[in-house]
Ligand binder design. Structure first.
Ligand code: ADP
Ligand code: MG
Length: 235
């Protein structure tokens, strides 16, 4: 294995995050060391309120640590200005949410093209790439539908296409199947994992579903603000 094998997509050292409650500072994430390499998959598990979403938001640059060091793709996040952070997020991270978060006034294909448009790619190329990605997730025939006219599973397929259309380095998802029935949930996970392997993208999934967690190479548990390794196997 060459140098590439050693590149860390995520590298956190001593990361901590507090929230204030009634003027007291409550630590939610404490002294976390966490690393993920290229193409790794990791489940974040733990009880409700343990800090899973907070950790995912820190990883995704949607929230910021009070202490410690975070390198995203080797770049120190703490030292960056908000426009640099936004650029890093736009280029390298795709998000898939439990409630899909599609933009209701935009058609399916325009939703998928959006991350490319945000990067300044012209309309025709963005739409062509979006259509290709919709084909990959089995939704090309609904390219011109509005999100409201789709089922939950279809919406999540579109959301996966949107997250992956720009070939990000990292996909972050918080309970991606939490709003879907069992059979649809399995199909969505299968799709997410097969594209993850094709693109060799690093995937982090917050889930309280053990079956979902079992599908990832690694499982970490957030407990009392700390991150504990539950299982690690070779990709
Ligand atoms: P989980 O996703 O594991 O259910 P969260 O990360 O959402 O947990 O929340 C962890 C703890 O941090 C909870 O006690 C929650 O109330 C608190 N918390 C989360 N976000 C905020 C916030 N923006 N302001 C204050 N407290 C918060
Ligand atoms: Mg949560």
């Amino acid at each position: 294995m060459g140098v590439l094998a050693d590149v860390k997509i995520i590298s956190m050292k001593g990361v901590g995050k507090c929230y204030s409650h009634n003027r007291a500072l409550i630590p939610v994430i404490r002294n976390v060391d966490f690393e993920l390499g290229v193409g790794d998959t990791c489940a974040i598990i733990g009880p409700s309120g343990s800090g899973k979403s907070t950790l995912l938001n820190l990883i995704g640059l949607l929230d910021f640590a009070d202490e410690g060091e975070y390198l995203l793709m080797g770049q120190p996040v703490c030292a960056m200005h908000s426009d640099e952070l936004a650029a890093l997020r736009k280029m390298h991270i795709g998000f898939v949410f439990q409630n899909f978060n599609l933009i209701p006034r935009l058609s399916v294909i325009k939703n998928v093209a959006l991350p490319l448009r945000y990067r300044g790619i012209d309309r025709n190329q963005s739409m062509a790439q979006a259509l290709q990605m919709l084909q990959r997730v089995g939704m090309a025939q609904r390219a011109h539908s509005m999100p409201a006219d789709l089922s939950g599973g279809q919406k999540q397929r579109v959301a996966i296409a949107r997250a992956l259309v720009g070939q990000p380095s990292l996909i972050l998802t918080d309970e991606p199947t939490g709003s879907l029935d069992g059979q649809t949930a399995s199909a969505i996970l299968e799709l997410l994992l097969s594209i993850q392997q094709e693109q060799r993208v690093t995937l982090v999934v917050v889930t309280h579903d053990h079956q979902v967690a079992q599908l990832m190479h690694r499982q970490v548990m957030v407990h009392g603000g700390r991150v504990e390794e539950v299982r690690k196997c070779e990709p």
